[in-house]
Design a protein. Structure first.
Length: 319
């Protein structure tokens, strides 16, 4: 309990044995101090030791349900994530719900600071910016990228205007009308979740966008003590971005401009050059452009497949 606002944490898992212990362990100090009311873990049918490890921490454990009704495996993957998150917050008790990825963890100073943002009654969504973590050169390169984006977002939220700010928003965020807020750690006011019916079809980023459209505030906390395990190998990164591209094809893109896609590809190369110079790390010339190409290719391929095979988003009958 933080002031009058109770806090719940919702975590979704699928074969997260490697990371779930560190994630749950990071919450224990706040639970012991009464700053976190409850932890709800929604598991999507893990086949490893995820649940055995999680059981040591005694969270509320649910089994994800509902996504099996989708024929297409890509659609099932997309809906599984958000149906699990919605199951979690509906079971949670808190006035504020923090959605935390199973491969992320929080550090000292997370609470009560995070909840204090919600003293503003118009505050609906707080995105907690990640600090990358990893031991390989690829993981360190990705961590540097997130640091770069965090610095740019801080400038935008502080009111920096002009051509560089406009270009950054357009190129990095596909021309989104609102600064997208999502990621591995997101805190949302329960009242907002109830009004918007949770994640619905728009996912985590969509919650913030729809909340802002209804007059609420959404904000990034760039200095948040949130840590996120980065992909250690480039082929793992490509696999992740391919999945991102596939699922993006099923998400409504209100306020986005598709002409920004080629701009974003060029921007990824420019960012690679800038970060190569800034961090003296030539791997930036490979990691970001290649990941952008993979993600866009997956989105285009999946969209084309949907066009050629209409009706793949339909549910099967549940007699």
């Amino acid at each position: 309990m933080v002031g009058e606002r109770s806090v719940s944490v919702v975590i979704t898992t699928r074969n997260a044995a490697r990371t779930i212990g560190r994630c749950l362990d990071s919450l224990l100090p706040y639970q012991r101090r009464g700053l976190i009311t409850d932890v709800v873990l929604v598991d999507s049918h893990s086949t490893d030791s995820t649940l055995a490890i999680a059981g040591r921490y005694q969270p509320v454990v649910l089994q994800e349900e509902g996504s099996e009704a989708y024929r297409d495996s890509i659609i099932r993957q997309y809906h599984s994530t958000y149906s699990a998150l919605d199951q979690g917050w509906r079971r949670a008790k808190g006035d504020l719900v923090m959605f935390l990825d199973s491969d992320a963890w929080v550090g000292e100073g997370m609470f009560p600071r995070a909840a204090e943002f919600f003293t503003d009654p118009r505050m609906a969504v707080l995105g907690c910016w990640q600090r990358g973590h990893g031991s390989t050169r690829v993981a360190q390169t990705l961590s540097q990228l997130w640091e770069f984006h965090g610095n740019q977002i801080r400038k935008l939220q502080n009111g920096t205007a002009g051509l560089p700010a406009t270009a950054y928003r357009f190129a990095s965020w596909f021309g989104s009308e609102h600064l997208p807020i999502g990621g591995p750690c997101l805190m949302v006011r329960r009242e907002c979740l109830e009004l918007l019916n949770g994640h619905d079809a728009y996912g985590d980023v969509g919650i913030a966008a729809r909340a802002v459209e209804r007059g609420w505030r959404a904000l990034w906390w760039v200095g948040a003590p949130v840590y996120h395990a980065q992909r250690e190998r480039i082929r793992d990164l490509w696999r992740e971005r391919w999945q991102w591209g596939q699922t993006a094809a099923f998400r409504p893109h209100k306020g986005r401009h598709y002409l920004s896609v080629p701009v974003a590809l060029g921007w990824s190369l420019l960012v690679g050059v800038l970060l190569t110079i800034g961090y003296r790390n030539p791997l930036h010339l490979v990691v970001h452009p290649s990941a952008a190409v993979v993600q866009v290719t997956a989105a285009v391929a999946t969209s084309l497949s949907r066009f050629l095979r209409p009706g793949t988003g339909m549910r099967t009958s549940c007699g």
